[in-house]
Design a protein around this ligand. Structure first.
Ligand code: DC
Length: 217
């Protein structure tokens, strides 16, 4: 069983996907975390997003894998658990800037497809319904207005005690959307057979309920 959830940053993909995984017993695969681990490797090694030669080498040298601990996905970069290091704005921006690279996508899409071969999955990302799992049983395109998504990100960071500014976050989200939707390689686009769910005026329970209907219909 494969459930694909795509959509822009801050639409609520990971919250919803985690809840669904818990309910169904399927594995939650957060593909954004893999692009983030790759971005962390690039930052640490001073490789710029437009340095295609550097990125090609990085794809060979950065060993990215995932494992599960108490149902939580742990991303391993060259043997190190990097879960606690990949949620910064710097990493977000680098992940968005480096993920259009075809070598990066090839490497990570293959890892994602292998995972889905071995287990039932709820997988979220940008190209799951279109590229990674085109034959997924259920495809959801989750979205919300830019203002609502920025406010959710802001609340999330505040709760973690991180300094942040709502206006900057909204601007960065708009820039990320622009890049994610307009890149040549696997742009963020709703698969023809994906169901659109706009979460701007919905709470988590309502969204989960709506998707549950789609899974069990
Ligand atoms: O979902 P996220 O915010 O953790 O993703 C970080 C970046 O990774 C996002 O800006 C685009 C990229 N990404 C992607 O290109 N394809 C995916 N399947 C998931 C994420």
């Amino acid at each position: 069983m494969q459930i694909a959830i795509d959509g822009p940053a801050g639409a609520g993909k990971s919250t919803i996907a985690k809840r669904l995984a818990k309910e169904t017993g399927y594995i939650y695969v957060d593909t954004g975390a893999m692009y983030r681990a790759m971005a962390l490797y690039l930052i640490r090694n001073g490789i710029k997003a437009d340095d295609s030669e550097g990125i090609e080498k990085a794809c060979v040298n950065a060993d990215i894998s995932i494992r599960y601990e108490n149902g939580e996905q742990i991303v391993i970069l060259n043997g190190e658990n990097v879960n606690g290091l990949i949620r910064t704005q710097e990493v977000s921006n680098m992940a968005s800037a480096s993920s259009p690279n075809p070598k990066v996508r090839k490497k990570l899409v293959s890892l994602q497809q292998k995972l889905a071969e071995t287990a039932d999955v709820v997988m979220d990302g940008r190209d799951i319904g279109t590229k990674v799992l085109p034959g997924a049983d259920v495809k959801i395109f989750l979205t919300a207005s830019t203002a609502v998504r920025a406010k959710r990100r802001y609340d999330e960071l505040k709760e973690k005690g991180e300094e942040c500014d709502l206006e900057t976050i909204e601007k960065e989200i708009a820039e990320r959307d622009e890049r994610d939707m307009n890149r040549a390689e696997s742009p963020l686009v709703r698969a023809e057979d994906a169901v659109l769910v706009d979460t701007s005026d919905m709470d988590i329970d309502e969204v989960v309920g709506r998707i549950r209907e789609l899974i069990w219909k």
